[in-house]
Ligand binder design. Structure first.
Ligand SMILES: Nc1ncnc2c1ncn2[C@@H]1O[C@H](COP(=O)(O)OP(=O)(O)OP(=O)(O)O)[C@@H](O)[C@H]1O
Ligand SMILES: [Mg+2]
Length: 327
């Protein structure tokens, strides 16, 4: 893997304040490392329950949130140390797609004027015909065209159409990476599959890397070539999706997958998935493995020390069970 063609996330830690005046701190991201090579197109799913730090991680990758330690290297450049024209370059290379397409666009502005401004100001294209061509090309990738959107305002489109439009907007700058934060959660089931298929198509057609955030494991399976499983600010497992689903290594990943396969709702309760509670903050504050208090295999060390992120035949897992550590 070449450094000059990778996104390397190195030991990222981000602290947020909480409690009265936010003076106490918790690690919303703790020692996250992940290498994504940009050579081959791929979709990497970031999966984890609500509050696990997925959006924060995306924002750090985008460069809009600064980590407290660690760094994000894109094609050999530290994303948080870019200056001037390099900042603009990075904004073209890495484009976000948000959860709610109605929030992406100003309701009082016509969509095509939005598109024209982006091509003019961010891509630096001045020629009128070329601007039109670029916009039409981007829209055709998502099954629309400039004619279809010309003169229209955001509210004149359905949620599904508008999400396709926001994907087209992201494509205007010819990005290498799309960061998609739960882009289908506001849509009906049939429209969801449509958006997922568009992303799969773009990946192949435009040789892209897409980082796709979700807490839905069936979506993750459908779309992901790789899956990164997060738990309370830590990355517990990373590997090819088929491998992780067939043979989950971290006890948390195992419990997550069991819970979607478990047909009995009473038993499903055994694996609380989305349950923000007092325990949440407490788990963020543990020095060791955040899952220790729920894990059937937990030993003393798990409560004291964060396990190392180790490689086991093509996968990565952060769990003491896979180390030689003896108490
Ligand atoms: N600016 C902030 N200041 C303080 N705490 C924050 C801030 N942003 C997020 N948090 C907290 O950090 C934790 C992780 O938030 P984040 O939004 O990254 O999670 P998420 O995995 O994207 O969740 P969801 O699935 O609900 O979108 C949560 O406990 C959240 O309340
Ligand atoms: Mg989020």
């Amino acid at each position: 893997m070449s450094i000059n063609n990778s996104l390397i996330i190195e030991n990222l830690t981000k602290l947020y304040g909480y409690g009265l005046l936010g003076l106490k701190k918790f690690k919303v991201l703790d020692s996250i490392s992940l290498n994504i090579d940009l050579e081959k197109p791929k979709i990497v799913v970031l999966a984890g329950e609500t509050g696990s730090g997925k959006t924060t991680l995306l924002r750090v990758i985008m460069g809009v949130v600064k980590p407290d330690s660690g760094r994000v290297m894109y094609k050999g450049y530290d994303v948080h140390r870019l200056k001037g024209s390099m900042v603009r370059w990075y904004r073209r290379e890495v484009q976000p797609i948000f959860q709610d397409p109605y929030e992406t666009f100003n309701p009082l502005r016509r969509i095509d004027s939005y598109f024209r401004d982006t091509v003019r100001n961010i891509c630096g294209i001045r020629n009128g015909d070329e601007i039109e061509r670029r916009i039409d090309e981007a829209l055709r990738f998502v099954g629309l065209s400039l004619d279809r959107i010309s003169g229209k305002y955001p509210h004149e489109f359905s949620g599904g159409e508008l999400q396709r439009i926001s994907i087209a907007r992201a494509l205007l700058t010819n990005p290498k990476i799309l960061l998609a934060d739960e882009p289908v959660s506001m849509l009906d089931a049939t429209l969801r599959v449509n958006i997922l298929n568009i992303l799969k198509y773009l990946k192949e057609k435009l040789n892209m890397v897409i980082i796709y955030v979700t807490h839905d494991l069936s979506t993750a399976y459908y779309i992901g070539d790789y899956i990164a499983v997060m738990y309370r600010g830590t990355l517990v497992e990373y590997g090819p999706t088929s491998k992780v689903y067939q043979e989950p290594k971290h006890p948390y990943t195992y419990a997550l997958l069991e819970s979607i396969l478990e047909p009995d709702p009473a038993l499903r309760e055994k694996y609380p998935l989305i349950k923000p509670s007092a325990l949440e903050i407490k788990e963020f504050l543990i020095y060791g493995c955040r899952y220790a208090s729920r894990c059937p295999y937990a030993k003393d060390v798990c409560f004291r020390k964060l396990p190392p992120f180790i490689e086991i035949d093509g996968e990565y897992v952060r769990c003491w069970r896979y180390t030689n550590y003896k108490e």
